[in-house]
Write a protein that binds this ligand. Sequence first.
Ligand code: NAD
Length: 322
Amino acid sequence: MLIVPEREIAGLVTPEAAFEAVEAVFAAMASGTAWNFPVVREALGHADALYGFKGGFDRAGMALGLKAGGYWPRNLETHGIINHQSTVFLFDPDTGRLDAMVGGNLLTALRTAAASAVSIRHLARQDAKVLGMVGAGHQSHFQLRAAVRQRSFERVVAWNYHPEMLPKLGETAAELGLPFEAVPLERLGAEADVIITITSAFAPSLMAAHVRPGTHLACMGTDTKGKQEVEAELLARATVFCDEIAQSVTIGEAQHAVAAGLIAAADIIPIGAVVNGTHPGRSSADEITLFDGTGVGLQDLAVAKAAVDLARARGVAIEVAV
Ligand code: NAD
């Protein structure tokens, strides 16, 4: 059995490697060779923690396992470690034996950013020049880094509910060589060709009227019942894509539009169908496309498997006899 510790992940898994792994597993999900298991998420009644499991099996990529982890809100102040903690466990699909234990914290950010990047590659207009960011927290930096690889973006416009967080995101844009401007939502919607939303909001910030025809949106923050980043009406105006329909309609951005009767589950297209070429994706320069990325267990397994393969090749995995 191999252990790939959290400290090794940054040196092993690049945004490109995460992109390839996530794009491939979305394709496998859409063609029916990979599927996610029901998600378990529980309030522990201890340390105010939320804890759970996301698992699945990818028969094409031969990845079987789960990510175990959750959110401990006082970790940083009490223990000096980040509040989100997770570990991925990979099993041998032929025998059920434990193959690897992989630190899942950085991988979660990489696989989430890779998902929106996959949506941008397959759905944004080729001539997209302005990237709009709604959100400036931990994940936003990974989102920005992954997104800029997909189109020739010339500048970034950004809005955040807590404006004091924006300068740090501006530093990341500067590192990437992109001009960065904090703007009101009205301007963000009027100027951006691609918009990423990555907040923990429970009420919409970005409204349908803010968004112009031809925009591609990757809505990445809503991963729980009750969360919401964009007005439900926007999903009615857009062609809606997702990682997995079952999650999109229950814990994703689409939960609100479906509950309001504005769209039905049958209207939502798995992004893997576009990757596979069984759905054409964007059909016109004026179409609004919206990717509802909820985060599935198979994404975690895909990037963890990539980490194990790289760790093995570079001799940095810790081997434990079992
Ligand atoms: P964070 O705590 O670092 O940042 C939170 C962000 O939300 C900040 O930009 C903050 O200003 C903003 N925000 C907070 N309250 C708000 C409000 N009331 N209205 C509008 N914005 C508000 O969190 P993070 O690690 O960057 O994660 C952001 C979101 O992404 C969370 O909801 C998290 O659960 C989600 N997430 C999704 C996936 C996925 O696969 N889809 C994966 C990881 C995290």
